[in-house]
Design a protein around this ligand. Structure first.
Ligand code: PLP
Length: 386
């Protein structure tokens, strides 16, 4: 008997990277040395103080039982204290903070909490695919693509946003473009959200990965009637731990908590304790040494890759945030990615982030400089013999 999945799941377009992933597997099986700039997953280990804390906490049987689905009070307090030290924003850990299983879970369940079938969700294009797919489609909402254009510095064009959406996702420092937003821009977003009565979901997962003296703001510095999603994944190289948070308007947080109480039973307590240790490393707005070191590493890689790509003739702007380079390749992004794969270099075709991503590719700075140099040599070989 054929088992058909639900219509809402069928609406999710076929996974664009399936073909390229199959080719990567085949190349690996052939023994080709692969240099992978595809996935946004830090190659740098979690700082050892955090791993030590986890080891200690996992041994304590008190941490083996169900956690609270909204996050232990101690963890929510640590997030609130981090918001005060990092952004100067005072939030109530009881009503305005929820701990999520990575920010991805929070973004998806936010749609479940607030989007009714058929309602519009404004989704940037290009963007992290989860907003449209796991978020909007699985809640039976309708994604409305709003372009991020190079002429606007990849910022949302606020004046042309539809005003009949239920919710908008805004993400800076931005995946995949690396663009960052000023407080003036965020003020326009907040004002627009109020005027159009659209729920503003601000994805600040890359707030701590910034360069050249740029520090990313929180949207809550500008307005409190939004919800902001943060993550320990990229800041502390903790992608596999699955812990993040959502902070903001008490009603929005309450809606998210209500869904979570029906879906999950909380991030394991020992992971929450490790997260408290990580957040407590921040003493003020400045990054602690472990996070600073990360950013220094990414900056060195960014500069090496930007210089090499420029030598190859590409126009690349060094991003002020995120660990991604986003640049135009002068043709179809999938074809470009396939050509590079022939010499074992994996990049992500921009079309995978939306139709406005076509013509671009994204390279994650998750390879050390010597591998970047090796990849550039191979790229030169394949691109200059075309
Ligand atoms: N938001 C953006 C823009 C991302 O790029 C990612 C992951 O790549 C996430 C959210 C989710 O991160 P996590 O669920 O690990 O917190």
């Amino acid at each position: 008997m054929a088992r058909e999945v639900a219509g809402r799941l069928k609406k999710i377009p076929p996974y664009l990277f399936a073909d390229i992933e199959a080719r990567v597997r085949a190349k690996r099986a052939e023994g080709l040395d692969i240099i992978d700039f595809g996935i946004g997953d830090p190659d740098i280990p979690t700082p050892k103080e955090i791993v030590e804390e986890l080891r200690k906490q996992v041994k304590d049987p008190a941490n083996h039982q169900y956690a609270n689905s909204q996050g232990e009070m101690e963890t929510r307090r640590a997030v609130a204290e981090w918001y005060m030290r990092r952004f100067g924003v005072d939030v109530d850990p009881e009503r305005e903070v929820v701990i999520t299983m990575g920010s991805k879970e929070g973004l998806v369940n936010m749609c479940r909490a607030f989007v009714n079938p058929g309602e519009k969700v404004l989704v940037p294009d290009p963007a992290y695919p989860v907003y449209a797919q796991g978020g909007t489609y699985l809640s039976e909402g309708v994604p409305e693509r709003t372009p991020l254009l190079p002429r606007n510095g990849f910022l949302l064009d606020i004046d042309s946003l539809p005003t009949d959406g239920k919710m908008v996702f805004v993400n800076y420092p931005n995946n995949p473009t690396g663009a960052v937003a000023s407080k003036e821009f965020l003020k326009r977003v907040v004002d627009w959200g109020r005027k159009s009565e659209t729920i503003v979901c601000y994805d600040n997962a890359y707030s701590e990965i910034t360069f050249d003296d740029y520090l990313a703001p929180s949207i809550l510095e500008i307005g409190r009637d939004c919800i902001e999603f943060g993550s320990l994944s990229k800041t502390f190289n903790m992608t596999g731990y699955r812990i993040g948070f959502a902070v903001g308007d008490a009603d929005l947080v309450a809606g998210l908590k209500r869904v979570k109480s029906q879906v999950d039973s909380g991030v394991p307590k020992f992971i929450q304790k490790a997260a408290i240790k990580a957040l407590s490393e921040y003493e003020c707005i400045e990054r602690p040494p472990s996070v600073e070191r990360n950013c220094e590493i990414y900056k060195g890689r960014r500069d090496a890759l930007v210089a090499g790509l420029r030598d190859l003739g590409f126009k690349v702007t060094p991003p002020l945030g995120t660990f991604y380079l986003w640049f135009e390749v002068g043709g179809a992004s999938m074809e470009f990615a396939k050509r590079l794969l022939e010499v074992g270099v994996v990049v992500t075709p921009g079309v995978g982030f939306g139709e406005y991503g076509e013509g671009y590719v994204r390279m994650a700075l998750t390879q050390p400089v010597d591998r970047i140099e090796e990849a550039l040599k191979r790229m030169k070989r394949v691109l200059l013999t075309a």
